[in-house]
Ligand binder design. Sequence first.
Ligand SMILES: N[C@@H](CCC(=O)N[C@@H](CS)C(=O)NCC(=O)O)C(=O)O
Length: 242
Amino acid sequence: MSAENSISVLCPGTHSGMGDRMVAASENARRERPVLYSFRRCPYAMRARLALSVNEIAVDLREVVLCDKPAHMLELSPKGTVPVLWLEDGSVIDESLDIMKWAWAFVGRAIPEDAPHYDLVEQIDSTFKFHLDRYKYATRYDPAAAEDHRAAGMQILLAIEALLDRDWLAGDAPGFADLAILPFVRQYRIADPKWFDSYTGLQRVQGWLARFLAWPGFQAVMQKYPQWREGDAPVLFNAKAA
Ligand SMILES: N[C@@H](CCC(=O)N[C@@H](CS)C(=O)NCC(=O)O)C(=O)O
């Protein structure tokens, strides 16, 4: 199993960190920027970082290890998923699409929710993710059903194939739907790159994903950070915007 395949496998058993809540009670009273709890390889966290990055919003990044979640993150958002954005006014956004929407709104950009491809974002988060998990992590579900789940996920990719008539869903530059969807297509490919790359009838999606992976905007959000620990100095993400 590759490192990319092992998001939760890295953290067998229950998630720790809950017991440390007391430690965090007075966490960071002073801060200059919003704080983003993130995990580099998580596709939800990726879309949040992408949204912050393309909209040039600087944040302090706190890299989370999922089996050792910071007590303060759990205080902010007891459901314990990344990404979590903690704003200067103390409010918390703990759903990746809401973080994306916040980033768009922060810079006054409209999100074309009536665009045909916007529905795809919802399908990616529901149907596609369901099948992706059962394909990519088949050993944790039903290994015999992996190919059925792969085929079900492919139906959504084929719908995207039919829509892609430019470099990006949004046109000439990556837009909201591109950034929300592509981290999950990347994961689907990673489950079996040879199979994905040789699948016929998916040329546009293959090109779209390749373009994304080579795009400096993607590479900028994939920088590696050490695990953030209580008391660490702030780690500036998106320094050009600070
Ligand atoms: N609906 C959430 C889902 C986030 C999510 O499930 N993130 C995963 C990592 S990719 C997570 O934090 N899982 C918690 C865990 O594994 O402990 C969102 O869109 O932000």
